[in-house]
Design a protein. Structure first.
Length: 332
């Protein structure tokens, strides 16, 4: 009997290697907080658990361990060892009784991060009301270099100062490393914008206001107009109530011809002069198009002061329209 008792004591202190799996990940733009879980049968007393195969990028200072499922479960100490291409965590513990012990190991790693990507789909005309509509599909593109299986992992995407941006966790394999986050349906005004002094063409531009729902974070957007891909753009951060303008490609049905008037340059101030131009604008579409003219194509709504005086907004009817504009330039 004494020999048996001695043998049990030795077995309790022998490190027990357990199979742990990645079960949850809170992913941020710069890093991720990962949770690994192991389940094992234990006897009363003290013992050690070894969890191998953790990412070599594990931040030692961020490591946290919790034990559940057995009365009196407590952590005595934790040790982290560097192996060939991974890290090993050894957990020394004690329990009051036998049972199934669940150990959760949580740590941070820079090897997993995410960024926002979008599909912006413009329907330029609606049958039930004026204007158009943008369907803005928000995705999270996850970058990870851990060589770890993500099957069955609960994933939550978060952004600094905003918190979780997904409505609940997503579970499953990372198909193409992209997860759908949200979809915004946004009513918009669709106009034709042109800067004819700089470039003799016009662009479809949708303007609107972001409504309820998850904020739009900065990210690359693939643009579609009436089902056709027209390019890419970078979206800025948008919160509820923010106005925005998104360009959806060149309008091939719009042409502009430009010529200077015979009046030449007219001084309007000590440092500025004005040049008059004749414009012949041609709308080859069946319907009329709301139009705005600019000295240069603005990068955002804040550049509205760049609109050409006396030609800020008007409706361009089908066919040709002639107008005269004044363009201010710095005096030489």
């Amino acid at each position: 009997m004494k020999l048996t008792s001695t043998l049990v004591g030795v077995l309790l202190f022998w490190p027990l290697w357990v199979q742990a799996q990645l079960t949850a990940a809170d992913i941020y733009p710069s890093h991720a907080a990962m949770t690994w879980t192991s389940v094992t049968n234990v006897a009363p007393g003290t013992g050690e658990l070894e969890i191998k195969g953790l990412p070599i990028s594990l931040n030692d200072n961020s490591l946290r361990v919790s034990l559940q499922g057995v009365a009196g479960a407590a952590v005595n100490f934790i040790k982290i060892d560097l192996e060939a291409d991974s890290k090993k965590v050894t957990i020394a513990f004690e329990v009051d009784e036998s049972g199934v012990l669940t150990a959760e190991v949580r740590f941070e790693t820079p090897d997993v991060s995410w960024r926002s990507e979008y599909n912006a789909r413009l329907n330029s005309s609606l049958s039930d009301r004026p204007g158009g509509e943008i369907t803005l599909q928000h995705f999270g593109r996850i970058k990870q270099s851990t060589d770890i299986s993500w099957t069955g992992v609960a994933i939550r995407l978060s952004a600094s100062n905003i918190g979780p941006i997904m409505a609940g966790s997503k579970t499953g394999e990372l198909t193409d490393n992209r997860i759908a986050i949200a979809e915004h349906i946004i009513p918009v005004d669709v106009e034709l914008w042109s800067a004819p002094i700089v470039e003799q063409r016009g662009y479809y531009v949708a303007t609107g206001v972001l409504g309820h729902g998850i904020p739009v974070l900065p990210g690359k957007a693939q643009l579609f107009r009436d089902g056709q891909i027209v390019g890419y753009t970078e979206l800025p951060r948008l919160m509820r109530g923010n106005r925005f303008a998104v360009e959806f490609g060149v309008d091939e049905g719009f042409q502009v011809q430009i010529s200077k008037t015979d009046e030449g340059m007219r001084p309007i101030a000590a440092s500025k002069s004005s040049q008059l131009y004749h414009l012949k604008l041609t709308n080859s579409h069946v319907g009329a198009a709301p139009m705005r003219l600019f000295n240069r194509m603005p990068a955002s709504n804040e550049d509205a002061q760049e609109e050409i005086p006396n030609a800020r907004s008007f409706v361009l009817r089908p066919g040709s329209t002639s107008i005269t504009i004044s363009h201010n330039v710095a005096a030489r």
